[in-house]
Design a protein around this ligand. Structure first.
Ligand code: FAD
Length: 592
């Protein structure tokens, strides 16, 4: 960024233009905030909602003498089946009966997608993985605005300063979209992870802008035969540093690299971003206000993350059938909403020399203030190196300390993400779909619907949990918990159905041992027929509400798991019969 473009009075039209573009982007954010306001207002009329989902804490709860929520098996298949069936019987006999108490359910506010299903169908259509028409429209509109800012009355090759200004003017936006305590997300009622696609899109445009700026300047200096100044003049040297940082950021963010070496990606991302911002300040004073804004946003996020961090003892157990390590943290039992996740560090040398310092995200698998006394529960599937070490550690614990599991100390940073302004308990019906380890999301969501119903604070009358797994043996360790859910549903007046679908058949003796499943829990081969299941949930919800002479307040479809499954869920919602859609009060999709 040189002094080009300054008028005689010292006024810089390029600087004004990029500032106006930022004001325009803020106005767009304001418009989205206004759209989300009705739901936010309805949610926040309940005072407890102001703090729910912000900080983890411990609270005295009335615990019931329930057995372990998940059976841990330690023998062959025959023994496994005994464990499960015993656990089912035990759970059925120890649960307290009772009808919903006298709390009041939160008012339901329909989403825009329920109010305009046709438009929502169009905008929700997937063009490529993770990118719907709606998302692409937003990205293209943003590209249009940035090109306007970069090209209006300017040529990137003869006036490269403009591209430099465009670059720095977008830095606060890239940073805010990357934060976990996301102000944009809070305003539009979305978890930070749902805005990640925007962080990537804005980031790529910033990379394009800084490279355009650099090429323009180099062209200018080289064509004037002054290329040496680039490496000898300090502010240009800093410009080069910023350019290299940005290009490193870009190259190490490419999805193949990111997926293979997540922690290298993460560490370089943070270091290169900080260095880039410092270098930009040294390169041009015009960058400073934008960099200071970005530093403020990032600093606030880091402070909040420290404030949100908790260290607590935990019990670690292996669940061989699921290939998962289960972590119970009894001392932290409140403060999250169903569907939220946290970043976990396991402070044990068993995790390797660096492994204890690595944070990994996991969805909380239990309901806040759950009556089982287990507190916060995480279920972590063996997916790679770190989770493999966690599982090995859990297995070591299961040998000697089988009842409670291995004692470890964990560091939790969260909760983050979650349903935003959607109040899941305000729907009359819910179909919660999970694939594989996505069950963690489903468990906390279904449990929240049941517990809130038992407390009289949920409208949910009909709930269906659909779980797609590889083999039927995955169901074994979950039978006690599912039985407890079914019992809880019966005592609180919720029609709960749990349908487990497996794609790989297993030995006959194993299948026989799974025949003694409790009422309401089904096991079937194949992929879940989501369209048919959704129709069933909607019909049952309409029927139950009709019997009770209640106006149905819609059906929530929550989906978490592999992309084909969540896309299938999205299609099932989008292609759902319009008449039934209207009569049940709308069908709303929530993808995790
Ligand atoms: C919001 C969220 C919630 C999740 N909830 C659960 C859950 O409840 N249960 C469960 O079993 N798994 C969950 N996962 C997945 C889990 O975080 C990864 O499987 C785990 O971090 C893999 O680490 P690894 O080193 O063992 O495997 P790797 O082989 O290193 O990674 C496997 C995959 O996980 C990604 N990954 C690795 N580390 C991280 C990280 N720190 N942050 C984000 N992605 C990473 C990699 O990009 C790669 O695609 C969740 C992921 C996210 C983003």
């Amino acid at each position: 960024m040189s002094s080009q473009g300054h008028s005689k009075e010292g006024h810089n039209p390029s600087a004004s233009l990029v500032l106006h573009v930022d004001v325009l982007l803020l106005s767009v954010l304001g418009a989205f905030t206004l759209f989300s306001l009705p739901r936010a207002v309805v949610r926040l009329t309940r005072l407890s909602e102001w703090t729910r989902g912000l900080f983890l804490y411990s609270r005295a709860t009335k615990t019931s003498a329930t057995p372990s929520r998940v059976a841990s098996n330690d023998g062959g298949s025959e023994k496994k089946s005994n464990v499960s069936v015993r656990a089912v019987d035990a759970s059925a006999s120890t649960l307290e009966a009772g009808s919903p108490s006298s709390g009041t359910p939160q008012r339901h506010m329909s989403s825009w997608s329920s109010a305009f299903p046709g438009l929502s169908w169009l905008l929700g259509m997937q063009v490529r993985q993770g990118y719907s028409i709606g998302r692409l429209l937003l990205i293209y509109a943003y590209i249009g605005v940035i090109l306007y800012a970069g090209l209006l009355d300017s040529n990137p090759f003869t006036k490269p300063a403009r591209a430099g200004l465009v670059t720095v003017s977008q830095v606060p936006l890239v940073v805010v979209l990357a934060t976990k305590n996301n102000i944009v997300g809070a305003l539009v009622g979305q978890g930070y992870e749902r805005l990640n696609y925007l962080h990537r899109a804005v980031g790529r445009l910033v990379i394009l802008a800084i490279n355009t700026h650099a090429i323009g300047l180099l062209y200018e200096f080289v064509s004037a035969g002054r290329w040496r100044v680039v490496v000898t003049v300090p502010h240009l040297q800093w410009g080069l540093v910023a350019l290299v940082c940005m290009d490193v950021l870009f190259l190490l963010s490419i999805s193949t690299f990111r997926e293979m070496f997540y922690h290298v990606f993460y560490v370089t991302h943070v270091i290169a971003s900080i260095l880039m911002m410092a270098a930009a300040c040294m390169h041009s004073p015009q960058a400073r206000p934008y960099v200071f804004a970005a530093v403020g946003i990032y600093g606030l996020d880091r402070i909040l993350r420290v404030v949100k961090t908790r260290v607590a003892p935990a019990h670690l157990r292996a669940i061989p059938e699921l290939g998962m390590a289960r972590i119970e943290i009894p001392h932290i039992n409140a403060g999250w909403r169903a569907g939220q996740h946290l970043r976990l560090k396991v402070l044990s040398l068993g995790m390797g020399v660096w492994g204890w310092a690595e944070p990994h995200p996991f969805t909380i698998a239990s309901v806040s203030e759950n009556p089982s006394g287990e507190g916060l529960v995480l279920m972590c599937k063996k997916a790679g190196d770190w989770t493999g070490k966690l599982y090995a550690l859990a297995q070591r614990g299961s040998d000697g300390e089988a009842a409670k599991g291995k004692e470890v100390t964990v560091l939790l940073d969260g909760p983050y993400g979650g349903p935003g302004n959607t109040v899941i308990t305000s729907f009359s019906g819910a179909m919660i779909i999970a694939g594989g380890s996505g069950i963690t999301y489903a468990l906390s969501t279904v449990e929240e619907l049941l517990e809130m119903r038992a407390a009289g604070s949920s409208s949910a009358r009909v709930v269906e949990l659909v779980w797609s797994v590889r083999g039927p043996s995955s169901l074994f360790p979950m039978v006690p918990l599912f039985s407890r859910f079914l019992e809880r549903a019966r005592s609180s007046g919720v029609a709960l159905q749990i349908s487990v679908f497996y794609t790989r058949a297993q030995a006959d003796d194993l299948m026989r041992s799974l025949q003694a499943l409790p009422d309401g829990l089904d096991l079937a081969p194949g992929r879940p027929p989501l369209e048919r299941l959704l129709l069933g949930v909607v019909d049952r919800t309409s029927a139950v509400c009709g019997e009770l002479q209640e106006k149905p307040s819609g059906v929530l479809v929550g989906a978490c798991g592999p992309t084909p499954l969540t896309e299938h869920a999205g299609n099932a919602v989008r292609t759902f019969d319009r008449q039934k859609f209207k009569s049940v009060g709308g069908v709303e999709l929530q993808e995790e």
